[in-house]
Design a protein around this ligand. Structure first.
Ligand SMILES: Nc1ncnc2c1ncn2[C@@H]1O[C@H](COP(=O)(O)OP(=O)(O)O)[C@@H](O)[C@H]1O
Ligand SMILES: [Mg+2]
Length: 252
């Protein structure tokens, strides 16, 4: 059986009286693309924020590679190998694409390099930044300022910044949001490429993309996980169709 890399147990996060994430127990297997889908307000972004350390749980726990990570700050979680992208991009508009990625690599390595940094350490950061740009098809934009990029390119740059840090697991919150048809195809190709070498937790509204990309799909409704399974199982689940896909007769 495939090894579980990330796990939540009875994870709960409330905002006042609302349980945005309610008693969520999920296993993410190493190397899989695991999509979390559900209607607006289902708690998907809150779940990602708990996994990345941007929010803390009220109860329950999160285990990554066998150790508890709940309660750790985002930078510690990132350094353990969990990268994330945000629904709103996180890039520094005035900096070049290269510099944005370089900073992504630097943030991940800084604490390990100590005060006196050998020149080779900087060379390593340059290489990581350029490799990340290349993987995302952004090397030709290396010296462009980030603010001058198209919306789709900014999303790809953000993914490159995340990759420059060398993560093993990626948390992606709606990477296709707001993209045109061409940009969507580009991003789907990139996600396929990334899935060859990373475990991915994908939140996405584009159901065609989800059913095309995901190995496993979990459906969240009102903070709870309704069902988890293969795309085939989810497509044919009566409970899922009734609660979410909005079609009780035909597979979506
Ligand atoms: N910071 C917050 N303060 C109060 N309520 C929030 C906050 N973040 C999210 N919520 C609420 O929690 C629920 C889940 O939100 P969210 O996780 O963003 O859902 P999704 O990403 O599935 O659309 C929603 O009802 C939302 O309004
Ligand atoms: Mg969301």
């Amino acid at each position: 059986m495939t090894e579980v890399i990330l796990e939540t147990r009875a994870l709960t996060r409330r905002f006042g009286a609302l349980a945005a994430v309610n008693n969520v127990t999920l296993s993410f297997k190493k190397g899989e693309m695991h999509a979390v889908i559900g209607p607006n307000g289902a708690g998907k972004s809150t779940l990602i924020n708990l996994l990345s350390g941007d929010l803390h749980a009220d109860s329950g726990n999160i285990t990554y590679q066998g150790s508890d990570i709940d309660g750790l700050p985002p930078d510690r979680i990132a350094r353990k190998g969990i990268g994330r992208s945000y629904q709103k991009t996180n890039i520094m508009g005035g900096f070049t694409c290269f510099k944005n990625c370089w900073l992504g690599a630097y943030a991940a390595r800084a604490s390990r390099m100590g005060f006196f940094k050998p020149a080779s350490a900087y060379q390593d950061l340059n290489t990581r930044a350029e490799q990340a740009l290349e993987l995302c098809g952004m090397l030709r934009r290396r010296d462009r300022t980030a603010s001058s990029l198209s919306h789709g390119e900014q999303h790809r740059l953000e993914i490159a910044m995340m990759l420059a840090a060398g993560p093993q697991l990626l948390l992606l919150d709606e990477p296709l949001a707001g993209m045109g048809p061409d940009e969507t195809l580009h991003m789907i190709d990139l996600l396929k490429k990334l899935s060859l070498e990373h475990t991915i937790v994908l939140i996405e509204h584009d159901m065609d993309a989800v059913f095309q990309l995901a190995d496993t799909i979990s459906v969240m409704v009102d903070g709870e996980v309704l069902e988890t399974g293969t795309p085939e199982k989810i497509k044919n689940s009566t409970a899922v169709r009734r609660a979410y896909l909005g079609n009780q007769d035909e597979p979506a």
